[in-house]
Design a protein around this ligand. Structure first.
Ligand code: ATP
Length: 270
C-alpha cells in the first residue's frame, strides 16, 4: 500500500527555466522553501524561522506540481508526493496510518520536499454528519494536523501542499505553524503564455513564421497544461502529413481543436 500511496523521486530533474510566467511565485517559493534547505544560516542570522508549510493554490494545470518538483531538484532533495484524493478514495480506513507513514518517509529521505497534492480532499471543511466516509476523512485530517504540529520547521524536510479549491479548506490548516504561507499560482497572463509556449516548443522544429506574441494573445484563459497540449497537438498535425516543421497554422489549428474539446467536455481537472 505504501508504494502506491506515495511517489518518490530522487531529485526530479525539473529546472526553474522549465517554468514560464511565474517569476514572482518562484521568488516566494525560493525564499520560503528552497533557502531554508540550502542556506538555513540566512534564517538563523536574522533570528527567524522558516514557514512550516507552504500552500500553493490556483486553477488546475497552472504548474503547482512543477514548482514543487523544481524546488526539490534545486535543493537536491527527495520529492515525496502524496495525493489527498488517493488517500480518501483508494485507501479507505487507512488514511490516518498512511499520513503517518508518508511523513516518516519524508524524514527518512531528508533532505526532502513532501508534496501533498489535492489537500482539500482531506483538509476540506470538517463535516459532522456522522457518516463513515466523513468520519474517516476527519481522522485522516486530524492525523495531518498532528503531524504538522509535531513538525520542526528548522529541519531539512519542507512541506508543500496544493489545492484548486482553497475555498473548501478547513481554516485549521492555515493556522500558524501549519500551512502558514499561502501562495497563489495564477493562470498565465499574455507574457507568461508566450514564455510557456516557448518552453514547450524548445525542442521542436519550428517554421520561421511562428509568432509567439500572436499565439499568446489568442490563447487567453488557457493554463500552462493547456498550452502544452496545444504544442503537442500541433506536432501531431505535422506528423500526420509527414512534414518536419511546425508552422503557425499548425499551432492555430491545434489551439482551435483544444478549445473546442474543452468546451464539449468537462473542464480540465474537474
Ligand atoms: P493540478 O492542479 O491539475 O494537479 P498543477 O497546477 O499541479 O495541476 P502541473 O501538474 O504542474 O499543474 O502542470 C501540468 C503540466 O503542465 C506540467 O507538467 C507542465 O508541463 C505544464 N505546465 C503547467 N504550468 C506551466 C508553466 N507555468 N510553465 C511551463 N509548463 C507548465
Amino acid at each position: 500500500v505504501r508504494a502506491q500511496v506515495m511517489e518518490l523521486i530522487n531529485s526530479p530533474g525539473i529546472d526553474y527555466d522549465m517554468i514560464g510566467g511565474l517569476d514572482d511565485v518562484l521568488t516566494e517559493v525560493i525564499e520560503s522553501v528552497e533557502l531554508p534547505l540550502t542556506e538555513p544560516e540566512l534564517f538563523e542570522n536574522i533570528g527567524i524561522e522558516p514557514p512550516t508549510g507552504v500552500l500553493l493554490h490556483g486553477a488546475p494545470g497552472t504548474g503547482k506540481t512543477l514548482i514543487a518538483k523544481a524546488v526539490a531538484s534545486r535543493a537536491q532533495a527527495t520529492f515525496v508526493r502524496m495525493s489527498g484524493s488517493d488517500l480518501i478514495q483508494k485507501f479507505v480506513g487507512e488514511g490516518a496510518r498512511l499520513v503517518k507513514d508518508v511523513f516518516q518517509m519524508a524524514r527518512d529521505k531528508a533532505p526532502s520536499i513532501l508534496f501533498i497534492d489535492e489537500i482539500d480532499a482531506v483538509g476540506g471543511m470538517r463535516t459532522h454528519d456522522g457518516t463513515t466516509g466523513s468520519a474517516e476523512v476527519n481522522r485522516t485530517m486530524l492525523q495531518l494536523l498532528a503531524e504538522m504540529d509535531g513538525f520542526d520547521a528548522t529541519r531539512d524536510v519542507k512541506i508543500i501542499a496544493a489545492t484548486n479549491r482553497i475555498d473548501l479548506l478547513d481554516p485549521a490548516l492555515l493556522r500558524p505553524g501549519r500551512f502558514d504561507r499561502v501562495i497563489e499560482v495564477p493562470i498565465p497572463d499574455e507574457k507568461g503564455r508566450a514564455e510557456i509556449l516557448k518552453i514547450h516548443t524548445r525542442k521542436m522544429n519550428l517554421d520561421s513564421d511562428v509568432d509567439f506574441d500572436k499565439l499568446a494573445r489568442l490563447t487567453d484563459g488557457l493554463s500552462g497544461a493547456d498550452l502544452k497540449v496545444v504544442t503537442k497537438e500541433a506536432g501531431m498535425f505535422v506528423l500526420r502529413r509527414r512534414g518536419d516543421k511546425i508552422t503557425m497554422k499548425d499551432l492555430m489549428e491545434a489551439y482551435e481543436k483544444v478549445v473546442t474539446e474543452e468546451d464539449t467536455s468537462t473542464p480540465h481537472g474537474m
